[in-house]
Design a binder for this molecule. Structure first.
Ligand code: SF4
Length: 239
């Protein structure tokens, strides 16, 4: 269930259709505009959980729940689960069946329940109750891939990382600054071009922007504040 391959590839020149410098310039220009456009919108559930709990463990578990699951479902499932078992020790003491019941109807709830139980047991036992604060340590946990690991680093520990999910991948490619097939390639490109000052916020910004304006089907290009910086690559239909 790992959410992406673990190893980050070296970015290839063909992944930057207009070059790296142009990608950086566009990113510098669009980030403040996107920040302004999504101001006041509700942040993703995992971000809310991170702000409320300040717990890397809760960020980790709620990120696992969030894969292929609607945001409202993730928030409710995490709330039920943490009300019953808020720590690695208490969570690992639950049966996988009980975790399934608590996180249902999250997508792939059976697989996720097993992963949550296994990673809680590893953290409670082998790791002395501490969530790893390195990419390597996080990737060694059951069910954890780069997307989850990056989110735990950024939201859980305020350490550098770039979490690329479907929204970040889509928006970055539509802009025309990169041309990539897989999120891990997008992550490699963004690490090479996005100024580090924006790493912690980029996932929140583009996820919220990707839901409210640059929607997967029929993006709202007519009201988009960054339309002039966008080539709308692959956009067949828009509003
Ligand atoms: S112009 Fe359209 S495709 Fe480009 S970022 Fe804005 S909404 Fe997305």
């Amino acid at each position: 269930m790992n959410d992406s391959v673990s190893k980050l590839p070296d970015p290839r020149p063909e992944w930057f259709p207009r070059g790296k410098a142009a990608a950086t310039a566009t990113l510098r220009r669009i980030v403040p505009a996107v920040r302004k456009a999504v101001h006041g919108e509700r942040p993703p559930s995992v971000t809310e959980i991170a702000r409320r709990s300040r717990s890397p463990f809760k960020v980790l578990v709620s990120t696992v729940i969030s894969a292929r699951t609607k945001d409202e479902v993730t928030g409710e499932a995490a709330r039920r689960l943490f009300a019953r078992a808020p720590t690695p020790r208490s969570l690992s003491a639950l049966s996988a069946r009980r975790i399934e019941e608590l996180i249902y109807p999250a997508g792939f709830y059976r697989t996720k329940a097993k992963a949550i139980r296994a990673l809680s047991a590893k953290i409670a036992g082998e790791l002395g109750g501490r969530v790893p604060d390195t990419m390597e340590g996080l990737l060694a946990l059951p069910g954890v891939g780069r997307k989850t690991a990056n989110l735990v680093l950024t939201l859980g520990f305020a350490l550098p990382g770039i979490c690329v999910d479907t929204h970040v991948h889509r928006v970055a490619n539509r802009l025309g600054i990169i041309r990539t097939k897989a999120p891990v390639e997008t992550e490699a490109c963004l690490r090479a071009t996005l100024p580090k000052a924006h790493w912690l916020e980029i996932n929140d910004l583009l996820v919220t922007f990707g839901k409210s304006i640059c929607a997967p089907v029929s993006p709202r290009c007519s009201i988009c504040p960054i339309a002039r910086s966008c080539v709308r690559a692959g956009v067949a239909r828009s509003r």
